[in-house]
Design a protein around this ligand. Structure first.
Ligand SMILES: [Ca+2]
Ligand SMILES: [Ca+2]
Ligand SMILES: [Ca+2]
Length: 272
């Protein structure tokens, strides 16, 4: 049987993370009002940083290919991306209390040169597991009809999650298991847009939302729930035990006995 001293020593040597499904990155496109009036995107807003989640400011959306970088000047005097609009969004998949607000809308462009262009979502999944992705989208009748969604590890193809997204002219939500990116540092979700038949035809996307967790199982020995094993968990066990609180019933027999202490001590020594 280990001494209290050895348990305390183990406490300070042992650090663990407790798994919680985490909000990694979320974009609502709710703040696209232009100084001169109306809504839109400035060229230098891309790569467009995540607005919420643990990777706020570091996960990004990039626009690649076509004539997506072409700019124009609004009647209000703002130089904005010509074929990337912030049309009305949706609150279907909104998170963090965000309103419908605006969207990220891509238009076909002159001579539909934006067929083949891409929306690329970049994030760091090196310490993430059980990744999940959802978003909302709609199109217009002459907008992109053929949308491919693939996963990449840097420049290397990983898998196809959506071979042909079917959109209508009302918003719908779409959700995908993207766990093929679990553990990937340079994780990318890539939309490739095709099938637009007019310059103004478009796809509107909104509420891009990535979730995941640390992959560590919840740790019941972490009695104070701070994500680490310390002497305070040991003290908390003693308090529960002394108070007859069944949270100290570690062997699950409905009674508090020396065996609960032994089970707690063993799990504590093993760590999480
Ligand atoms: Ca929105
Ligand atoms: Ca703890
Ligand atoms: Ca017991």
């Amino acid at each position: 049987m280990k001494t209290i001293a050895s348990i305390v020593a183990a406490a300070f040597a042992s650090v663990s993370a407790v798994a919680v499904a985490d909000d990694i990155a979320y974009w609502s496109f709710s703040n696209q009002g232009l100084p001169g009036g109306g809504f839109g995107f400035f060229a230098d807003e891309f790569p467009f940083a995540a607005e919420f989640g643990s990777q706020t400011g570091s996960a990004t959306i990039e626009l690649v290919g076509g004539i997506l970088d072409e700019t124009t000047v609004t009647t209000g005097g703002d130089e904005v991306l010509r074929w990337v609009q912030s049309f009305s969004g949706t609150d279907l998949g909104a998170q963090f209390g965000e309103p419908a607000g605006g969207s990220l809308a891509i238009q076909g462009g002159t001579d539909t040169l934006n067929n083949g262009s891409q929306i690329v979502i970049n994030f760091d999944a090196s310490s993430l597991e059980n990744l999940f992705f959802q978003f909302d989208a709609r199109n217009t009748s002459t907008g992109f009809q053929n949308i491919l969604i693939e996963l990449f590890n840097g420049g290397s193809f990983v898998s196809t999650v959506e071979p042909g997204l079917v959109l209508s002219t009302t918003f719908a939500s779409f959700a995908y298991d993207i766990s093929a990116l679990d553990g990937v540092a340079d994780a990318r979700i890539v939309f490739t847009l095709n099938g637009a038949t007019s310059a103004s035809g478009n796809i509107r996307t909104d509420n891009f939302y990535i979730q995941g967790d640390s992959g560590v199982e919840p740790c019941r020995v972490d009695l104070d729930g701070d994500g680490q094993l310390t002497v305070f968990d040991f003290l908390q066990f003693q308090n529960f035990f002394a108070a007859g609180d069944l949270r100290a019933d570690f062997d699950g027999d409905g009674q508090l006995t020396i065996f609960d202490f032994l089970v707690f001590q063993n799990e504590f020594a093993i760590g999480c």
